[in-house]
Design a protein around this ligand. Structure first.
Ligand code: PLP
Length: 403
């Protein structure tokens, strides 16, 4: 009989969004005519830009012709044309990333979860709380010790390191899911100094970088000096270009990022990750990589920015409502997420139930992202404009009744 990896038994029984889906299903059964507005799960709703679809179709056509057909990609790390486009994109906002430091993947979630394969199980993992659940879950699955840095109302949901505590691997996410907060360059410098002092590696998730509007906020940790000696960055086209159903992202591991093995030899993390991927990952489909490369063209950027602007306007509508009602919140600017304090000191799940019952609007309870999320709530700006406006009307109505 096989032994189980019993670390899995220590995980929350259901992933957060499965619990939410169950509650919605029960509400729907009891209220079949209810007009539910979903502002919970962070999925996009606008179709993919035409120039991107054209590029994918062309990639498909090439697959049907003997001379241009593609089988396995040699490296599995992405075609040069896409890695070069990503490198060029980084340069456009001041980060020096070489094409060889880029690895193409099927989205940021896989690499955020799988990167732990190249690190030993005795590492101390530091995660900001609240956080995107993958960072915690993937380390719990391998039984690692996790410590938390508190993101809370006092620090504007931008946790900073505690110099008296040691960590080996640090997860940071900016713009943050779920809180919508962003790190400034000065704050990232503090994290980089902390990482260097502790010989730690930062895993930096920049999945929402395209939502940054403030030119003073870094779009990549590699915009900040010193990051190339201590950080790995993971990004994705899911939110930048609506690729949640296409699946394409990229991980940057600088050539300069080295970690000492137990026998004292310096090991390149990029090589180690390449070795891991070589055994376990066969790359992203050619047509999807063609589509991804089109995102980074001048016309592609223009078209995807139109969709981002649409979501940003939704975010402005939501945060404008919060301001009008005097509800405390973070995000909404530089981020598609609005993270607000539940009115009347309600708990997150209590407020979730109230919103569903009274106004049929679905959000995400902050408590699902960690202990500091209790009493907070996340709404996303990825919905339809009219539905967002309607949800905010209902929300105003609900809050005026509570107050
Ligand atoms: N990182 C963060 C912070 C996210 O919120 C998400 C998705 O919601 C991802 C990574 C994963 O994105 P994908 O796997 O679609 O690239």
């Amino acid at each position: 009989m096989p032994q189980l990896n019993e670390n899995f038994l220590k995980l929350e029984k259901n992933y957060l969004f499965i619990n939410i889906a169950k509650k919605i299903a029960a509400f729907k059964e009891a209220n079949p005519d209810a007009d539910i507005i979903r502002m919970g799960i962070g999925d996009v709703t606008l179709p993919i830009a035409p120039v991107v679809i054209e590029a994918m179709k062309k990639g498909c056509d090439e697959m049907g012709v003997k001379e241009t057909f593609k089988g396995y990609e040699d490296s599995g790390a992405g075609y040069d044309f896409l890695k070069e486009a990503v490198s060029h994109y980084y340069k456009s906002f001041g980060a020096d990333v070489a094409p060889g430091e880029v690895r193409i993947n099927d989205g940021a979630k896989s690499d955020c979860g799988n990167i732990v394969d190249i690190f030993g199980d005795d590492n101390v993992i530091l995660v900001t709380d609240p956080a995107y659940p993958v960072y915690v879950d993937s380390n719990l699955m391998s039984g690692r010790k996790i410590i938390y840095a508190d993101s809370n109302e006092e620090n504007g949901f931008a946790a900073m390191p505690d110099d008296s505590v040691h960590a080996d691997i640090i997860y940071l996410c900016s713009p943050n899911n779920p809180t919508g907060s962003v790190y400034t360059a000065d704050q990232l410098r503090v994290w980089i100094d902390y990482a260097k002092k502790n010989h730690a590696v930062i895993i930096y998730d920049s999945a929402y970088e395209a939502f940054i509007t403030d030119p003073a906020v870094p779009r990549s940790i590699f915009c900040v000096e010193g990051a190339k000696e201590c950080a790995i960055e993971m990004c994705s086209l899911s939110k930048t270009a609506g690729f949640t159903g296409m699946r394409c992202g990229y991980t940057v591991i600088p050539d300069t990022l080295m970690v000492r093995a137990s026998d004292g030899t310096e090991v390149s993390l990029s090589q180690l990750w390449g070795r891991r991927q070589g055994s376990k990952f066969n790359g992203v489909s050619y047509p999807v990589q063609c589509a991804a490369a089109a995102v980074f063209t001048e016309e592609g950027m223009k078209q995807v920015r139109e969709n981002i602007a649409y979501y940003q306007e939704n975010a402005r509508i939501i945060s404008g409502t919060m301001e009008k009602l005097g509800v405390k919140f973070t995000g909404g600017v530089n981020s598609p997420y609005i993270w607000f304090k539940c009115p009347g000191n309600m708990g997150s799940w209590e407020f979730f139930d109230l919103m569903l019952e009274k106004i049929a609007v679905v959000g995400t309870p902050g408590a699902g992202f960690g202990k500091n999320g209790e009493g907070w709530f996340r709404l996303t700006a990825f919905g339809d404009r009219q539905r967002t406006v309607e949800a905010m009307k209902r929300f105003e109505d609900l809050i005026s009744k509570i107050n």
